[in-house]
Ligand binder design. Structure first.
Ligand code: DGL
Length: 265
């Protein structure tokens, strides 16, 4: 099985990292649309156009299933992607919402993500369907701060306090769980752990998505070869060198086999 993983850039490598752990029997084609990122501040029309062209490319390269690792693309373009392909497509929002709904005791959660993800209310809709109330907060400064390498910097922690403190002031009414609704946020999970009160659980949509894909592929018909290690191939629409350098931080290991793609051509 060859799984195509799509993201606006390097952030989706946090999803690929989890997939490789939980689904080692698959090989992966990862597409990072680095020339056109960020998606988080763009319009729905633009995101749909970009996402459909990128996932078509993955299909042409032999992907047999698609994972939309980008929260913004899942929130705004999942239906458009599904309509453009016959392949099975998994996004990150339903798995993230499902994991959050299963874990929250107060049925009251906070979702953080890019402006576009939060503006779409895709997480809120998915959570409300499961009987969970969701507050939502766009945190647009986190992506550039993380890409700058400042995941552990004081400034990032101060920014987090500015974004999040208001949600946790009243212990009775505040959420008992926070959903990381953006590919980049797993890198600041330890810092967010320190910013949110200890009673607040953190759910990472990257982990939740990998668990759902693992479950789908462990059904009869899909072979499990536990000792095998996945073959990885990467495509980037901007500098291969930059993808490799930045990507290693998200993937947690060295990255080889990066090819440049001119998607407009
Ligand atoms: N991958 C995006 C997401 O998960 C974050 C980066 C971007 O805005 O392109 O929402």
């Amino acid at each position: 099985m060859k799984i195509g993983v799509f993201d606006s850039g390097v952030g989706g490598l946090t999803v690929l990292r989890e997939l490789v752990k939980l689904v080692p029997q698959a090989d992966y084609l990862y597409f990072g649309d680095t020339a056109r990122l960020p998606y988080g501040s763009k319009s729905v029309e633009t995101i749909q156009k970009y996402a459909v062209s990128a996932t078509k490319y993955l299909e042409q390269q032999g992907a047999e299933m698609l994972v939309i690792a980008c929260n913004t693309a899942t929130a705004l373009a999942l239906d458009a992607i599904k309509a453009s392909t016959k392949l099975a497509v998994a996004g990150v929002i339903e798995p993230g919402a499902e994991a959050a709904a299963a874990a929250t005791k107060k049925k009251n959660v906070l979702v953080i993500g890019t402006e576009a993800t939060i503006g779409s209310h895709a997480y809120r809709t998915a959570l409300e369907k499961r009987g969970v109330r969701a507050a939502e907060k766009a945190c647009p400064l986190f992506v550039p701060l993380i890409e700058e390498g400042w995941a552990e910097h004081d400034i990032t922690q101060r920014v987090a306090h500015v974004y999040l403190d208001e949600f946790f002031q009243d212990p009775d009414r505040s959420p008992d769980l926070m959903v990381l609704g953006c590919t980049h946020y797993p890198l600041i999970k330890p810092m967010l752990r320190a910013v949110a009160p200890w009673r607040v659980e953190i759910v990472d949509s990257a982990e939740a998505t990998a668990a759902v894909v693992a479950k789908q592929l462990s059904s009869p018909g899909h072979s499990q070869l536990a000792t095998r290690s996945s073959q990885l191939r990467f495509f980037a629409t901007d500098s291969v060198e930059k993808f490799r350098r930045l990507g290693e931080r998200f993937m947690g290991r060295a990255i080889a086999n990066v090819e440049h793609v001119d998607i407009e051509a």
